[in-house]
Design a binder for this molecule. Structure first.
Ligand SMILES: CC(C)(COP(=O)(O)OP(=O)(O)OC[C@H]1O[C@@H](n2cnc3c(N)ncnc32)[C@H](O)[C@@H]1OP(=O)(O)O)[C@@H](O)C(=O)NCCC(=O)NCCS
Length: 440
């Protein structure tokens, strides 16, 4: 057992003991009321999940184990000569609950490099798909194909003690995280670079090696990948990809099946696909206006037109956040250093200058400010990764860190199968009338 696994076990045992006591002493304390509107409208604001890895505040944004994004950029270990945090460090923080040392991060980089081999049958499965298949579909199928490697599934079939679940889940999560950059890069090079694949470089960190395998071997893109894979990793537990991974895991499906489910959710346009949609929206606007530098008046008119057509302005709004997403701000700062004159970056900033007032004036959009997806595409485009259909796959590689750290916690804490109560509208109508309603 590696020392990260040992440390995780010690932490998890201590938290499990605390939780046992909390439930014994305070288990009946009421966390909140549920309204009819919440039941119909996406369960907003209902506290019904425990996720240890990160916590989202509507005003402050995401905090990973108490650390904000600017703090992570300052405090997490960086690659030698690098400017951005190494995502392995964030994974350690989410898993263990403490900031890692340089050695801890080096250990994780080396572990992921050692475990990164992807069996050929996975590439064969990808090769059987039409080249036009969306990269997220290819990614999800490849992850599901890789499920054959699950140690947890094999050991469960052999019969294992409940107390040992976490250990095999942990091994699967580490193996899966290690393999994802290779799978994602394979899909990219197959679809967009004529299958001219690039072998991994085991001396590089997890994000650096991903950048290398994608084919972008320059300092700026390495820095972008390290930042990107850090800031997209987690957003507490109720978002679609995290919740799907957690929910499927509660049935004791192994991490490969859980993560594929999470990725199928991330592929939705209201969730992770929004980064692709933002770029398309900007490019459509530029094409319609016949310029690559629309002014603020033109952008304002285009936003109003989008709303009039009954479409969403991608990259704006959030189910929980009520301020500019700090992940947007981190990318804006990165762009100010690396590419302030890029026309698409300038357009992203000009949209930011006008969109919140227009969206706010509708009176119905609860958060008129940009989210993480409003900026990421313009940065990737700047460095030459122009194929926006691939953007959500990069998001997915990052999201693995948070949701799989979460899955380790779920099993270590022995969380049961998830099964909230649902009712039908007949039940709701009877409830409103105060009539007795039969529950199952
Ligand atoms: C993220 C999102 C799905 C959150 O949805 P939500 O919690 O239901 O948001 P709200 O409560 O503010 O929605 C209220 C109304 O405003 C609309 N709205 C929210 N964001 C909007 C946007 N960016 N553009 C246009 N309309 C928007 C909703 O569609 C909803 O309209 P309806 O009442 O006619 O159905 C939503 O803001 C959205 O679709 N944004 C664009 C896609 C995106 O960027 N997704 C990435 C999220 S990280």
């Amino acid at each position: 057992m590696g020392f990260v696994k040992d440390r995780f076990k010690v932490k998890a045992d201590s938290v499990a003991a605390e939780i046992k006591q909390i439930i014994a002493e305070h288990g009946n304390k009421v966390l909140g009321e549920t309204t009819i509107a919440q039941a119909y409208q996406g369960m907003r604001g209902i506290i019904g999940l425990i996720t240890e890895t990160s916590l989202l505040d509507a005003e402050d944004g995401i905090r990973f184990r108490g650390y904000s994004i600017p703090e992570l950029r300052e405090k997490l270990p960086k690659a030698p000569g690098g400017t951005e945090p190494l995502p392995e460090g964030l994974f350690y923080l989410m898993l263990i609950g403490e900031l890692p040392s340089e050695e801890d991060v080096e250990h994780l980089s080396a572990t992921f490099a050692r475990k990164s081999h992807v069996p050929n049958y996975v590439f064969d499965v990808i090769e059987k798909l039409p080249i036009s298949t969306h990269p997220m579909t290819q990614f999800s199928i490849a992850i599901t194909a890789l499920q054959k490697e699950s140690i947890f599934a094999k050991e469960y079939a052999n019969g294992i003690n409940k107390k040992e679940y976490w250990s095999y889940i942990f091994e699967d999560c580490m193996n899966l995280i290690a393999r994802l950059p290779r799978i994602a890069a394979y899909i990219y090079r197959r679809k967009y670079k004529n299958g001219d694949h690039i072998q991994p470089n085991g001396m590089l960190d997890w994000a650096g090696n991903f950048a290398h395998m994608l084919g972008y071997d320059n300092k700026g893109f390495y820095a972008l990948m390290r930042l990107y894979l850090t800031i997209h990793a987690d957003h507490e537990g109720g978002n679609v990809s995290a919740h799907a991974t957690h929910l499927v895991g509660s049935a004791l499906s192994d991490p490969y099946l859980c993560f594929a489910s999470g990725m199928n959710g991330l592929a939705g346009p209201l969730h992770g696909l929004a980064n692709q949609e933002v770029v398309k929206w900007i490019e459509d606007m530029c094409q319609e206006l016949n310029t690559n530098a629309p002014n603020k008046d033109q952008i304002s008119d285009y936003i109003k037109k989008t709303l009039t057509e009954g479409k969403v302005v991608p990259g704006y709004g959030h189910a929980v956040l009520r301020k500019t997403d700090p992940r947007f701000t981190a990318q804006m700062e990165f762009a100010k250093t690396h590419c302030p004159d890029d026309p698409m970056v300038q357009t992203v900033w000009n949209v930011y200058a006008v969109a919140p007032d227009i969206l706010g004036a509708t009176g119905k959009i609860k958060n008129p400010f940009p989210n993480v997806d409003a900026h990421s595409g313009a940065l990737l485009k700047h460095f030459g990764l122009i194929e926006e259909e691939f953007y959500t796959v990069i998001f997915g590689v990052s999201r693995a860190l948070g949701v799989l750290a979460g899955l380790c916690w779920d099993r270590a804490l022995g969380f049961p199968i998830e099964r909230p109560k649902s009712v039908d509208t007949h039940w709701i109508k009877a409830f409103i009338k105060g009539e007795a309603v039969k529950e199952d």
